[in-house]
Structures are given as structure tokens and as C-alpha cells.
Design a protein around this ligand. Sequence first.
Ligand code: PGA
Length: 220
Amino acid sequence: MKDLLIVGNWKENKTLAEAKIFINDFAGNYMPRLGVTVVVCPAYLQVPEVSAILSTNNISAVNIGVQDLSEFEGGAHTGEVSPRQVAEFAKYSIIGHSERRAAGQTDEDVSRKVDLAFKNNIVPIVCVVNENVPIPKTTKIVAYEPIEAIGTGRPDNPVNANEIARQIRIKNPNVETVLYGGSVTSGNVKSFTDQEFISGVLVGTASLEAREFSSIIKNA
Ligand code: PGA
């Protein structure tokens, strides 16, 4: 059995009260699995509290991530949160999600963010929409997320996703882990994780519901 990484991206969803309900429910359903690493990425504002509640619910095995990282080291950048500040609470960061790229993030920005992540002991998860998107050389974890599959209920064909994952690995020899993302559910997750070159999933919509997210972890 290969190791798997399962990442939930809550995007701009959940108030703190809703996050607390999720964790309560999740604590009752989640079964840790050997070799399966789980990461939850709440909104920035909720990261410390969600992290604290996970620990007090005895599910500290679930890691915390953020959904993007500042491209600045720190200092006079109003509205930003520095990677050093992030590192106090989160272990992972999604970088270059297509929704951030659509809002103006460039390949150069992604590259700077990845450098800052490593410098601050944050594990970057770099999102790409296909095998041709440049991936910073130091990147070890990549999420392949075709735009047309994100939030549409129309996932990629697992065999095609595997082929893209294979090409990503060939083009980027430093990459160790390729995740698939886009309309992943508890019903289809295994068809992706069964593929040779896919080592986990990045989940949006289906990560918002505690039971469904626990089933994804169970079925992967
Ligand atoms: P989705 O989102 O699971 O809702 O398709 C995936 C993502 O954007 O990471």
C-alpha cells in the first residue's frame, strides 16, 4: 500500500461556529489510517482556533494547512500574513490554486511563495491545471486540478488523471507526490487513489461535510 495525502480545502466557507460543528462531527466519524496523512485548510482567520480544537478533540493527527501564502517575507505589507506567522499554526500551504491564479497570481509568484514556504518549514502543495504549468524545482507535492472538474461535479477520468500525473513526474523529477483534485467524493476517491501515479486527493466541496470527508479518508 502506498502512502496517501488527503487535503480538504474549505475555501471561503464556514464561520467559526460551523467549523466547530464540523470538527465535533468529524471527531465522531474519523478513523485514522496508517500511511494516510490528512490536512484541513480553513480560512486564515480560523486557523489557530481550528488547530486548537482539533487537539482538544484528540484528533491532532489531522494537520492544518492554509489556502495560500504571502509572497512577502514580512514587514510593511498591510493585509498580509507572513509565512513565519503561518508557520506558528500550520504545516502545509496550498500554493497556486487556479482560483488564486484567476485572481492574478503568476508562475513567478508561485515560485516565490514556494521558496518562502520551504524557508519557513511549511510544506507547499503546488496546484497545476495541466502537465505544462511550470513547477518550482524544489516542489515535492503537486495537485493536478483540471479547471473543468473544479466544483462542477464532473471529475476527470481517473485513467487520464493518472497519465497527467505520470507526465508531471517525468517532467519534474523532484516531485514525489501527485494529488488529483476536482469533484472528488467518497464515491469516486478510490478510482483516483488506485491509479499508479496518484498519491492522494485535494478536496473542495466534499471536504465541507464531516461525514463525507471522513468517508473519503476511509474509502481512499
Ligand atoms: P472541488 O474543489 O472538490 O469542489 O471540485 C477542488 C479544489 O478546488 O481544490
